[in-house]
Design a protein around this ligand. Sequence first.
Ligand code: GLN
Length: 486
Amino acid sequence: MQLYELSASELAQGLAKREFSAQEVVEAHLERIGAVEERLKAFLLVTPEEALSVAEEVDRKRAAGEVLPPLAGVPIAHKDLLCTRGVRTTCASRILANFVPPYDATVVARCREAMLPVLGKTNMDEFAMGSSTENSAFQITANPWDLERVPGGSSGGSAAAVAAREAPLALGTDTGGSIRQPASLCGIVGMKPTYGRVSRYGVVAYASSLDQVGPFARNVTDCALLLGVIAGHDPRDATSLPDPVPDYLAEMRKGAAGLKAGLPQELFGEGIDPAVKSTVLAAVDKLQELGVECEEVEMPHVDYSLPCYYIIAPAECSSNLARYDGVRYGHRTSQPVSDIYDLFAKTRAEGFGPEVRLRIMLGTYALSAGYYDAYYLKALKVRTLIKGDFDRAFEKYDVLLSPTSPTTAFKIGEKADDPLAMKLADICTIPVNLAGLPGMSIPCGFVEGLPVGLQIIGKPFGEAEMLRVAYAYEEAEGWEKERPEV
Ligand code: GLN
């Protein structure tokens, strides 16, 4: 068994028992990255010096008998929209190609305090807009299960890196599915925590009422461990909530028997591949055997999630991305300009890719005088109705279950020219962001050799119940032991 094959908790145990050193662990992962990255292209930047220096510190402190945090020495990779002090943070965009943040995002700082060596920054759809990582300005990441297929997106680099054993853990962000959908397509565990659970200070904003940071891991235990590192109040983020952080590991082990699960019919309907649906329903049967009471539930407004999201997210993006003007951040045009507006226009036309430009225009349109009420305000009202459906369902159920993604991983290029088909990839995940709820994806089987994910949706701050269901299922089925050959 190679060190890079071990899960985060196995690595943590081995490190604590001094079976191997943190430097050996980091070196094993750097070698693995060296061996597969040419085919996978999951990283935009690998940071060996930084990772090795933290590993050296971990080994030195452990040798001196210091008590270290549980994940000390276990490597991690960060999506390239998390600000890392002194380390380039591009959002996979030409406009930020040379942006070096002067500070760390709070989640990055927390991982640093927990002494996780950072292996590098992972590829993504530009500014997190997309579902395949094909919108990166720099490279296309491959799915470790089939190199001709996409890893999902927008956090596709993080998901592929974890699935391919380049890193045991990674962070991503999820605005409409960008953690759960790539986790599903790559056969790993990914969680979007409750809106407000994890700080977004230092996370480059896409749609601020929806964005949330969360963990990727190869099993539920590792996901719970990493969530425990990043969760909790941050005075630097006004949307971060002060609720205490439970001991997720202890909660997770309480078992799933007696919990009640609803199956929203709208998330099993039109557009869901029949083979994916039957794989997910088999997982539901298994959960029933384990004592989870499952029944169908109707959530009629959920059908409007996609149109609602594609007003709200672009509206917020048009406002958030106004700051990239060639004056304060990143790229500035070198063409001759006639005035300041010409400078903005030329800089932005050069710096942003087509999907980002499209969304800025859509959002600007939806917010403009005369259209604001018809589009933006209407979408906000629909969002409230969708949230109402969830509130009602959660009066009766502890969790909701659905497919994470309507299909398994699709071919690179297959949906690139069909924006509607691409957007349908998030049909099951977007409602969860609109309602501000936590959701996670866990592996639940394969269709034609490609992984399928089960989505578990929780109440606000219901991460513990989600983990109980996920862990009970994983213990019973063990899908996480399947690994892609890269
Ligand atoms: N695919 C969705 C979008 O493009 C969601 C992306 C995300 O969660 N960041 O907006």
